[in-house]
Design a protein around this ligand. Structure first.
Ligand code: FAD
Length: 374
């Protein structure tokens, strides 16, 4: 029974994919977990995401981010299976593979450069050209000259995964309080922390995890606070139930399309630093529709279904922020997942729950420590 004076073991602020995944990995612990959400769960970035799980496409070279992404990709099949089994809801996870294509001389040079460092870093990767490329992927236009095929990368329907997680969490006894906006976090005596909400309530906990996505810097927090910048992404979907290709396609400069199981194809996305504006503009959509003409023009004739946008939580160095506040060890951050929060959700849930339950050492997350910007 919850009363005004309840002290929660763990309070998570923000019910996007990251907050929910941390709560999920805490489900078999004895801790009393409260998940606070100011609006609709996943409303900022998670429900906007294309759901691509593609580590090698999203990194410019080897390093800690690629390692973290590959660890998370390996967790995905079990993560989805367990969430689906508990919730009874499908996340439309598809082990589809991904291809990254080139159509011009300069794109070819970039792709070859990529292949040099990637060849040994994934299983069964292939550099395809000519007949082998077009017989494997006949939907791609003849203007596509080469592609790297990543057969073990995949995608998921992010809003469905979130819906399943929320339902599974409720069944596992996690308390969720939507409509609760945290304004300020304050340290109390005895290593406790308190969250003050915009409606004037205060919620007390032994440990807090901040997972507000791009909105971290809107809260009043003990200093130092790591910087998170909103990066707007415009994206759309077309209805194409007869489109036979299942593989995700990346095309330069920053376009992609993702054929979903329900017969829609998601095509994206821009990246704009325009503050907290979530706008959709014709010019923005053209940025990724125009180059699609050289890659798969038939998708441009499919009926437009929806356009939308969302705010990615970006950090100055592109790495997520994972770990404790330098002066308040019971206040943890898990944000800044930028373009890859869906991919990084299971590994973040596993590592942050490991820190909270003292199963892992903070030194294993040194590259992502919050105080690196101070
Ligand atoms: C167009 C687009 C396409 C993308 N495609 C992909 C992709 O293909 N693959 C991939 O891996 N990633 C993708 N991403 C990135 C991914 O969506 C994000 O990295 C991820 O969703 C971040 O999750 P989050 O839980 O940190 O943030 P969010 O989903 O934004 O959730 C944060 C939650 O916290 C709540 N909140 C905020 N402040 C407070 C407060 N003060 N009090 C209470 N609650 C609060 C918010 O309401 C929100 O529900 C994409 C993003 C966009 C915008």
């Amino acid at each position: 029974m919850e009363s005004k004076s309840t002290t929660w073991d763990i309070v998570i602020v923000g019910a996007g994919i990251i907050g929910c995944s941390i709560a999920w990995f805490l489900r078999n612990t004895p801790y009393k977990v409260l998940l606070l959400e100011r609006a609709e769960p996943g409303g900022l970035a998670t429900n906007a995401a294309a759901g691509i799980l593609g580590p090698l496409n999203e990194t410019e070279g080897p390093g800690p981010l690629l390692d973290l992404m590959q660890e998370s990709l390996a967790l995905y099949p079990d993560f989805v299976r367990d969430v689906q089994a508990t919730s009874g809801l499908s996340a439309d996870y598809v082990p589809s593979g991904i291809v990254s294509v080139a159509t011009t001389d300069s794109e070819m040079a970039q792709l070859e450069k990529r292949w040099l460092w990637q060849e040994q870093r994934g299983k069964d990767l292939a550099f395809l050209t000519g007949k082998s490329l077009h017989s494997t992927f006949p939907e791609l236009a003849q203007t596509v000259r080469a592609a790297i095929h990543y057969p073990h990368e995949s995608h998921v329907f992010a809003p469905r995964l979130l819906r399943g997680l929320l339902s599974a969490l409720t069944r596992q006894g996690v308390s969720l309080r939507p409509g609760t906006s945290v304004r300020r976090i304050r340290p109390l005596a005895g290593n406790l922390l308190s969250a003050e909400t915009s409606s004037g309530d205060s919620i007390q906990g032994r440990k807090f995890v901040l997972t507000p996505g791009a909105y971290l810097n809107e809260m009043e927090l003990p200093h130092p606070v790591p910087p998170v910048i909103p990066a707007n992404g415009q994206i759309l979907s077309v209805r194409a139930p007869d489109f036979p290709m299942r593989t995700v396609v990346f095309y330069p400069p920053k376009g992609y399309f993702v054929p979903k199981l329900d017969g829609t194809v998601v095509i994206g996305a821009t990246e704009e630093l325009v503050g907290y504006q979530t706008r959709v503009t014709p010019g923005g959509l053209m940025e990724f529709l125009e180059p699609l003409r050289r890659v798969c023009p038939r998708l441009l004739d499919s009926p437009l279904q929806l356009t939308w946008s969302g705010l990615r939580p970006k950090t100055p160095d592109g790495l997520p922020i994972l770990g404790s506040h330098p002066e308040h060890p019971n206040l943890l951050f898990a944000t800044g997942h930028y373009r890859n929060g869906i991919l990084l959700a299971p590994v973040t849930g596993k590592k942050i729950s490991g820190l909270l339950t003292k199963q892992i050492d903070a030194r294993s997350l040194m590259d992502f420590r919050p105080e690196r910007f101070s």
